[in-house]
Design a protein around this ligand. Structure first.
Ligand SMILES: C[S@@+](CC[C@H](N)C(=O)[O-])C[C@H]1O[C@@H](n2cnc3c(N)ncnc32)[C@H](O)[C@@H]1O
Length: 373
């Protein structure tokens, strides 16, 4: 509705496979709800009676049959954003895609919106989409398989890739607005940026394969400003013709100038440092305060250490299991530090584990434990 109001020379068509959403739009704009029955209007256009340049199309993005110049999608959930992208790429239309709920991209995740509207819920797209992301996850899967002792039990490369992408999609689906700028959220933002980069790369590869190289697509990943506009604030902007470049400046004789968006790079740096940077912690060193573990996870580690402290003598050490991952090891270091214990890492790669033990003077630990009980 705002687009149709602000751009009266542009014809705006809202597409949704949920009739209720379109009814709501007509009610807001025209003051009346659609009178037609659901089945009568499937795959049809309904023009607003108040804003002649606004209409609705009840049906799926995939089935929309008309040509268009720009595709705009706001929070089209799960793969719906990718269906918009593909529709635009096929038509060589510019696009502004702000995606939503990336958790629904996981291989076994369902989409309630689609289910409610169609009764079906099978994904049309498999992830990751881009050759570059597939190659990168394949390489990682191969390295994991080489490191693993029981390679005969390993899932196939395709499955491993899927598992890795599922993890990224899951991590990228966050919704706490309060955490949006905090360093601990950088990992989630970085995961979301990876999902968006897969889309970006796919768009470029898809065009390179299907259309002549004379018309490459330009795509950038940007964010809403301020970020707090929405937790789902990443936006992919794409265009084919220089004239459609939203960053072109008339004042510089149409010289194209795309501003650098360094926020994603920063997120990657913070996230990498957070996940892998400071894992080898020497006894007594201070753990930095960037964390993304839950209270429950912290409680579980604390309880495991406390059980050891109750049963063990002063000189004993407690070894956590191997293969916990850098994030969990960092949590153990942090809890051990809080309990005034010694803590260090042992081993390398898959063999790496965390050891905790009392400090030489155990009184401080005893006080901490007694205070808790
Ligand atoms: C999270 S809602 C966002 C709606 C709206 N853009 C907003 O910001 O309030 C996602 C919408 O996408 C619609 N949707 C999902 N898959 C679709 C598809 N394949 N074709 C058309 N609409 C779809 C759903 O019916 C739902 O109304």
């Amino acid at each position: 509705m705002p687009l149709a109001l602000l751009l009266p020379q542009v014809e705006v068509v809202c597409v949704d496979l949920k009739q209720y959403s379109l009814d709501l739009l007509h009610k807001r704009v025209d003051g009346v709800q659609l009178t037609s029955k659901k089945d009568d209007i499937v795959d049809s256009i309904q023009v607003s009676t108040t804003l002649p340049n606004l209409s609705t199309y009840y049906g799926s993005i995939q089935s929309y049959p008309h040509e268009f110049d720009i595709g705009v999608s706001l929070h089209a959930c799960g793969e719906a954003s990718d269906l918009v992208l593909r529709k635009c790429l096929n038509q060589k239309a510019s696009f502004v895609v702000c995606s939503c709920c990336c958790g629904k991209l996981q291989s076994d995740a369902k989409n309630p919106y689609v289910f409610q509207s169609t009764g079906g819920n099978e994904k049309e797209i498999s992830y990751p989409q881009s050759k570059k992301m597939i190659a990168s996850l394949e390489k990682e899967a191969e390295e994991d398989m080489n490191e693993s002792d029981n390679s005969h039990n390993n899932p196939s490369k395709k499955k491993q890739q899927e598992i890795a992408f599922d993890e990224i999609a899951k991590a990228s689906d966050y919704s706490e607005i309060g955490d949006i700028r905090k360093p601990k959220n950088a990992c989630r933002r970085a995961a979301k940026a990876l999902v968006e980069w897969d889309r970006l790369l796919y768009s470029k590869e898809c065009i390179e394969c299907s259309v002549s190289h004379e018309t490459p697509v330009n795509v950038i990943l940007s964010r809403m400003v301020p970020w707090e506009c929405s937790v789902k604030n990443d936006i992919l902007i794409g265009w084919f013709e220089d004239l459609c470049n939203p960053y072109r400046t008339q004042s510089q004789n149409n010289t194209i100038s795309i501003p650098d968006d360094t926020s994603c790079d920063n997120d990657f740096k913070v996230a990498l440092n957070h996940l892998f940077g400071n894992d080898t912690v020497s006894p007594g060193s201070t753990i930095n305060t960037q964390n993304d573990w839950t209270t429950q996870e912290e409680k579980e580690v604390t309880s495991e250490i406390e059980q050891f402290l109750v049963k063990s003598s002063v000189s004993q050490e407690y070894r956590f299991s191997k293969g916990m991952g850098a994030r969990k090891r960092k949590l153990i270091h942090s809890v051990a530090e809080k309990l005034s214990l010694k803590h260090w890492s042992e081993g390398k790669g898959a063999e790496k584990l965390v050891v905790v033990a009392r400090r030489r003077t155990s009184s401080q630990v005893d006080i901490n434990i007694n205070n808790k009980t």
